[in-house]
Design a protein. Structure first.
Lengths: 167, 788, 288
């Protein structure tokens, strides 16, 4: 039995019908065709589906769409206007924080909330802060750098060097 | 890094930011599950709960009553079209859907087609299958028992579970050496069954157009052209001949070898789309991915080394038992059933070796594919690097000294290995020395000695590996008979901007950037102005795809060669434009000028424009070139890795304190990307060394088939990798590059294992099988009376 | 991975939620954070017919000091606990524990009440609450009742909650000064369930004698376990290394771990001993 819900995604309000069992990630990806949010596992282990729900990073594969009724969602598509970049996107690009790009949207959405709580995270804090996001390509070194870069950029500070340390 | 081109041109050696990133960062990547076609139906797959069972009946009646369920497809349905079997990439055979017997847990049993994925999933739950379970064969050693049931009864005349025997080297000479040698060491090792677990699982959208008799297959594949050929071979008899098939490999969310094979799900999707005339989407979930897709490794190795008391390595002998599961679904060249395991003589100068392998069937999922290293190099390197440490321990010599003593010397290259390879180049001494200096090796050895006196556990492990990549010379290498060359096609538009297409397929390696840099290096056209495309068989030239670190050695070389053809043409046009003879011209990046009169020159952009507007009489118009590159030899990247671990002497927790990796992959196209490849490969080396293994019980049930228990390292487990390089160009490769993607995954596990064993060696520990967990270490400490 | 169909309601009041529970009985499940329930439903290990989402009920999420208790509303998210100043200052044990529960995103959804009401000995809060001698407040058709934590867990995934009761609050007695507490678990990788976990709270008097002590164990028993004999060894004593060793030994003997992928029984018993020792030391440091 479908139910009507209202959900604001990236600032735009959507009135949609969902089954109670519809997962939030499927609403976003399939019904609303925003495919930047990905699915990588069944057990809320990988974090590829991370979005912001009322500003908090959550795993949208383990939340029902109906639970987001009346709430506000931000996905990777809402980070910046087309052609522009949010500091976290810039950090990932400048520091080579992505390879295949599949974990990247979830990783960035998590990083956005992390930096909101802690604008100057240490390496250790970043590593623990992204421990709910699996990346199979990068070995995480450059993701740590990307988040540090974004943290500096968001505070208007000088950004760290993005040259590779491959000597 | 020395660069011949300016930053603006962005040729080799520049850490150019990646061209492909913009779409990924904006959430505009296009992965297979993002493909949505009008009228598309969804497929879910019923899988076997048993490892070995007869199928007594399949009852789909309840499923078909669910509104939205369109069809339930079984092996019997496919049998009518002779589509219920398919070849593996090793020319073995594999069921698409079974007609009577299931051979491993989670094997595909039936497919449910429905209007959406939720309904398909409900349909799957409603299909009732009655099984008659049989006692499975799980242990590969027991699989060879005379009383073991013969599993592959589908193969006529098969009387046992043996698949093949392979050997290389001089058996008699090696036996004699081992009988007479001063020192012989031996260890039994298991390289565990693991899974690539790319964060994107596998999937496809099969779109068969009945009107035009044409199939478009969107598919997570690392080798789109080879797949097109395989589809034509499997389904040609029903009309899907090769010109009617287009394979599109969209953005791939990580491959690592797991997206080379053809899985039954793909074939079922094609068959169903062919029958119903609608697009069929199949995307597996993580459990299916871990439980049914091809595994990697699973080699049981008896490793032996012979040498002298003062540390000279004289010979090695390796005996392998390979567990392939239900069918041999490796992706090896047909000449090499155990891949390039014969690289396992390592980086050391000796002339006697013998290796042999036997492969067997068991009731486990099929495979033997890559895990960021195909062709079994990881298994070989683990064996040689572990047994080298074992030898050092035996004679009481420092493992760094022992390696320095035995390395093949820089001036011995090209070096002929005892198993027949010709190593192209290397400087192993320099690599290890750099790693030791970076780490402060001898200080750490002193610290270790002091800690031991206090009962603290600290270990240092080295791995100095030689990789073998770039398959390959077509005389030796093929997949299903198709030779392993690769290709590049460059089209330069009149305004001097280019599109280049390749037979490979990036899954995160950054081809859109690095291939552009190679062309920029050769032609002087800015990399920014070169668009790279891969993955569409209708547009790209034929190639064998991306795996085995082969893209740079093959397609990268093809890019350079095609660009050089264009430069030759450019020279002719420049001579025409400048009204001089070709011999009077000299090339510097981006232009030809007249010798002795550098002010008389034509830029590449001017020359290209002329190729369309003012080309010499008798010359073909346009500015395009294609090259199919067949390498004369493989390339042999190398590395020197050192790992330092601290072990808690109560909980046995293992902490990687430092890990230094010095890689030599020849000339470097983009240092930023190479370093990124090394970082990622190191974490994928850490994974099997300490965390990952697919575990089965005696009934063939997988015990860790989700990410809750199949443990991928997070940013917390993964240490801060310290990386660096040396450069020994490949003498035979057009740009002197060697390939790098897999080196760290090959080199890291033995460095970590050696470090942990080193931390425990004073207690009498000589070997531990990976993954080495705190629990395993605790058991050792418990046996030795250190902990209770 | 998709759950089977179910019906759903998100009542706005506790009374409404309780009457829905009464109405649907065993077919209904409470949805709080959902991070234990929804994965089970996706894997179809659980297929409840009705979900009662309590997230819209106001007044169930708070952390406050009142009447000598630290009161935690059942819907308080793990991340709220993690970032609460009251908690950080007086109950560092929660900072220890929350950091090790799953991962940041899961902690943004997962609730303290859910972690306890699930009755899973592998969850971390039960052992912590045992150490802190908490009380669990259940609200049902007949109103509220307070259940001492020692009477709450009584079987494998079984709790003292009645079918139409909802866990609404956890009350933790605020200890006197000179109290220290600590928690640690060994895990195969970050976010994993415990191989073994130990929570300790102890209170010292002016002379340094242990007045009171609580020790709770995670995932080494069918139910969350209080290490009673270990507590008895230390209560009323000046804590010495010998006594700590004795307490550690008793805890490792008194638990009943099962062998699994995390390790065998002997290993887990050994880890309980090591952690009891280490957590007592850590709690002592914090008490002083």
């Amino acid at each position: 039995m479908k139910k009507q819900i209202t959900i604001t995604i990236n600032g735009e309000q959507h009135a949609v019908e969902v089954e109670p069992r519809t997962l939030l990630v499927h609403l976003i990806r399939e019904q609303l065709s925003m495919t930047g949010t990905h699915i990588g596992c069944d057990t809320s282990s990988c974090g590829a589906c991370t979005i912001l729900l009322d500003g908090k990073s959550i795993k949208s594969c383990t939340v029902l769409a109906i639970q987001a009724d009346g709430k506000s969602v931000q996905t990777v598509e809402g980070l910046a206007a087309p052609g522009e970049m949010h500091p976290i996107q810039e950090g990932f690009k400048e520091c080579h924080g992505l390879q295949c790009g599949f974990c990247t949207p979830g990783m960035m959405m998590r990083a956005v909330e992390l930096l909101e709580h802690n604008p100057n995270p240490t390496e250790e804090e970043i590593r623990w802060g992204i421990s709910g996001n699996l990346c199979r390509c990068t070995g995480y070194n450059n993701i740590v750098r990307a988040i540090q870069y974004a943290g500096a950029k968001m505070q208007g500070k000088e950004t760290p060097s993005t040259e590779p340390t491959f000597v | 890094m020395n660069c011949k081109t300016s930053r603006e041109v962005g040729g080799m050696g520049h850490s150019l930011k990646r061209k492909e990133d913009s779409r990924f960062l904006a959430g505009k990547g296009n992965y297979v599950d993002d493909v949505k076609l009008p009228g598309m139906l969804h497929m879910d797959i019923v899988r076997s709960p048993y490892a070995y069972a007869k199928i007594k009946s399949i009852d789909a009646s309840e499923a078909l009553k669910i509104p939205g369920v369109i069809a339930v497809v079984t092996g019997k349905d496919l049998e009518q079209y002779n589509l219920h079997w398919m070849p593996t990439l090793m020319s073995d055979t594999q069921m698409v859907l079974p007609t009577d017997t299931v051979m491993y847990q989670s094997q595909e049993v039936a497919a449910v087609i429905a209007t959406d994925r939720y309904t398909a999933r409900d349909g799957k739950e409603a299909v009732k299958v009655e099984y008659e379970p049989m006692k499975p064969v799980i242990d590969p050693y027991k699989s060879l028992d005379p009383e073991a049931p013969v599993l592959r009864t589908d193969k006529e005349g098969k009387t046992d579970n043996h698949i093949w025997h392979w050997e290389v080297g001089d058996k008699d000479k090696t036996s004699k050496l081992f009988e007479e040698a001063e020192v012989v060491v031996k260890e039994q090792m298991h390289i565990p069954r693991i899974h690539v677990a790319s964060i994107e699982t596998c999937g496809c959208v099969a779109d068969y157009d009945k009107v035009n008799n044409h199939l478009t297959m969107y598919m997570t594949t690392q080798a789109p052209h080879a797949i097109r050929t395989v589809i034509a071979l499997v389904a040609g008899h029903v009309g899907l001949t090769e010109e009617k098939v287009r394979v599109i490999s969209p953005d791939i969310g990580g491959g690592f070898g797991g997206k080379v094979p053809v899985y039954p799900g793909y074939v079922i999707a094609i068959a169903v789309s062919f029958l119903v005339g609608k697009p069929i989407k199949w995307v597996e979930d993580r459990s299916e991915n871990l439980q049914a897709d091809s595994f990697a490794r699973d080699y049981h190795i008896t490793a032996e080394m012979a040498g002298t008391k003062d540390g000279k390595i004289l010979g090695t002998r390796f005996k392998i038992l390979a567990d392939h599961g239900y069918t041999d679904a490796s992706a090896n060249p047909s000449k090499f059933p155990t891949g390039l395991f014969s690289i396992g003589t390592g980086s050391y100068d000796y002339d006697t070796a013998f290796m042999e392998a036997d492969a067997v069937y068991t009731n486990k999922p099929p495979g033997g594919v890559a895990y960021r290293c195909s062709f079994r190099v990881t298994e070989a390197v683990h064996a040689i690097e572990r047994i080298t440490d074992r030898f050092a321990l035996e004679i009481g010599k420092d493992p760094a000294d022992l390696r320095m003593q035995n390395f093949i010397k820089k001036d011995q290259f090209p070096w002929k290995s005892p198993t027949g390879w010709e190593y192209d180049s290397g400087d192993y001494h320099a690599g290890l020395q750099k790693a030791m200096d970076t780490l402060g090796y001898w200080d750490l050895r002193k610290e270790q000695e002091e800690k031991r006196k206090r009962g603290e556990l600290m270990g240092i492990g080295i791995s100095t590996f030689t990789e073998i990549v770039g398959a390959g010379p077509s005389k030796d290498f093929d997949i299903l008979g198709i030779k392993m060359f690769d290709s590049a096609e460059i089209r330069v538009h009149p305004t001097g901007k280019a599109i280049a297409r390749f037979g490979t397929k990036s899954q995160g390696q950054g081809h859109e950037t690095t291939y552009a840099q190679i062309i920029a290096e050769e032609l002087g056209i800015p990399a920014e102005n070169i668009q790279v495309e891969e993955g569409d068989t209708d547009t790209a030239p034929y190639g064998l795809g991306t795996y085995a670190s082969r893209s740079t050695p093959t397609a990268g070389a093809a890019a350079a060669m095609a660009a050089r053809k264009l430069r030759d043409k450019a020279k002719k046009i420049a001579a025409h434009l400048l009204e001089v003879s070709e011999d009077d011209l000299e090339w510097e990046v981006g232009k030809f000028f007249v010798k002795g009169a550098p002010e008389k020159s034509k830029t590449i952009q001017e020359i290209v424009f002329a190729a369309y507007t003012n080309h010499p009489q008798g010359m073909e118009a346009g500015f395009e070139a294609t090259h199919y590159y067949d390498p004369p030899n493989l390339t042999f990247p190398s590395g020197a890795y050192i790992c330092v671990v601290d072990i808690d002497n109560e909980t046995a927790e293992i902490k990687i304190r430092r890990f230094v990796a010095i890689d030599d992959c020849g000339n470097i196209i983009n240092p930023m990307i190479v370093q990124g490849q090394v970082h990622g490969g190191l974490t994928q080396g850490l994974a099997p060394a300490m965390y990952e293994e697919l575990i089965y019980d005696e009934e063939g049930n997988i015990l860790n088939g989700t990410f809750m228990d199949y443990l991928l390292p997070t940013a917390v487990e993964s240490p801060n990798w310290e990386t660096g390089h040396t450069i020994t160009p490949s003498p035979h490769h057009p740009i002197g590059a060697k390939g790098v993607g897999e080196s760290p995954t090959v080199g890291a596990p033995p460095a970590i294992a050696n470090a942990i064993v080193d931390a425990l060696s004073h207690l009498g520990v000589t070997h531990m099988d990976i993954p080495i967990t705190p629990y395993k270490v605790w058991k050792v400490l418990n046996e030795k009376g250190i902990v209770q | 991975m998709i759950p089977a169909p179910f019906d759903y309601a998100a009542p706005a009041t506790l009374d409404e939620a309780i009457s829905l529970l009464e109405q649907h009985g065993d077919e209904a499940k409470i949805l709080a954070g959902g991070h234990s329930l929804i994965p089970m439903m996706k894997l179809r290990f659980a297929s409840p017919e009705f979900l009662i989402d309590i997230n819209n009920i106001p007044g169930l999420s708070y952390i406050r000091e009142e009447d000598g208790y630290l009161k935690i509303g059942a819907l308080t998210r793990e991340s709220d606990l993690e970032h609460s100043d009251i908690v950080r200052n007086k109950f560092p044990i929660f900072t220890d524990a929350t950091k090790l529960i799953a991962d940041p995103q899961v902690r943004n959804m997962g609730t303290v009440g859910g972690n306890i009401a699930h009755g899973d000995a592998a969850n971390d809060h039960p052992a912590v609450m045992l150490a802190l001698r908490a009380e669990v407040v259940a609200t049902g058709p007949g109103g509220q009742r307070s259940i001492p934590i020692d009477e709450f867990f009584y079987g494998f995934y079984m709790t003292a909650l009645q079918p139409s009761e909802i866990l609404t609050e956890i009350r933790i007695p605020i200890p006197s000064a000179s109290t220290g507490n600590a928690y640690h678990k060994l895990e195969r990788k970050v976010g994993d369930y415990a191989t073994a976990g130990v929570a300790v709270q102890l209170t010292l008097d002016g002379s340094g004698t242990c007045q009171e002590i609580g020790i709770g164990l995670t995932n080494v028993n069918p139910t969350p376990l209080r290490a009673t004999r270990s507590e008895d060894v230390l209560r009323g004593q000046k804590i010495t290394d010998e006594l700590i060793a004795q307490a550690a030994k008793f805890a490792s003997e008194d638990c009943s771990p099962s062998s699994d992928l995390r390790g065998d029984e002997a290993y887990k018993r050994s880890m309980v001993g090591v952690l009891v020792k280490r957590m007592i030391h850590k709690a002592l440091e914090r008490a002083r």
